[in-house]
Design a protein around this ligand. Structure first.
Ligand SMILES: [Mn+2]
Length: 245
């Protein structure tokens, strides 16, 4: 695999490489394939400090959310480990388990039904019992996700940020859910925001943000961005061919 680099809108120190992976949504084969490519790139071009960031929405809608969580729980294929950010789907899931009622209906309607099936939760089990079906290491992936991550001139969050508010003061609701006015904001932010959440046919590269949700679960591809010094490259693998019923 040969990466094609282009100028990046941000900057990292010379001995650092960041791999950030967009919305997986249960597309386990694509996830495994992209981790393999990341490992191959790292082995071919080792670097002093590295990390693999999941930008959130590991679960819901795709072929096997439980298998994706299990793979994430196993840890990174390269030194430096995983940083797992919270997506709105993980938030919906945890809210459903904690609150039941309307929160559980909202999650089920938004892709959570597939996740429950993947965990083997019986159709009639009440929301208060769902967590009992989740392997502890998978639950830990969900509960230990962080809201954002910063390195060099990059800031990583699932959905984006609220323009005009310092990065340190961003609300969880915005980091996990925001679309506008973030997506159409053209002025610089405190850092270049690397995010998923809003699917597009191709990665979006602007001077103030990089969007890498390329709709793997909707017939598109799973994308990872490779960031180093003043440049970047994309790794892309196909998502599943047939949507899940
Ligand atoms: Mn999302």
């Amino acid at each position: 695999m040969k990466l094609t680099f282009q100028p990046a809108p941000g900057q990292l120190p010379p001995d650092v490489r960041i791999y950030a992976i967009g919305d997986v949504h249960g597309c386990v084969a694509a996830h495994v394939a992209i981790l393999d490519q990341i490992a191959a790139d790292f082995d071919a071009r080792p670097v002093g400090r590295s990390v693999v960031i999941h930008l959130g929405d590991l679960i819901d809608r795709g072929p096997d959310s439980a298998a994706v969580l299990a793979r994430v729980a196993q840890g990174s294929p390269i030194p430096g480990g995983f940083v797992n950010l919270r997506g709105n789907h993980e938030e919906l899931c945890l809210n459903a388990m904690a609150k039941g009622g309307e929160a559980s209906r909202i999650w089920r309607r938004n892709g959570g039904e597939t996740c429950l099936v993947d965990w083997g939760v019986p159709k009639k089990a009440p929301a208060s019992e769902w967590a009992g079906f989740v392997p502890p290491e998978q639950m830990a992936v969900l509960t230990e996700q962080r809201l954002s991550y910063r390195w060099g001139s990059y800031f990583f969050a699932h959905a984006g940020i609220r323009p005009g508010i310092p990065l340190a003061d961003q609300a969880a609701q915005d980091l996990v859910w925001i679309r506008q006015p973030f997506l159409s904001w053209s002025d610089p932010f405190e850092a270049v925001v690397v995010h998923g959440h809003t699917p597009k046919d191709a990665p979006t590269v602007r001077s103030n943000r990089i969007g890498i949700d390329t709709g793997a679960v909707y017939g598109g591809r799973l994308t990872a961005v490779v960031l180093e010094e003043d440049r970047m490259a994309f790794i892309q693998v196909p998502g599943p061919k047939k949507p899940r019923k």
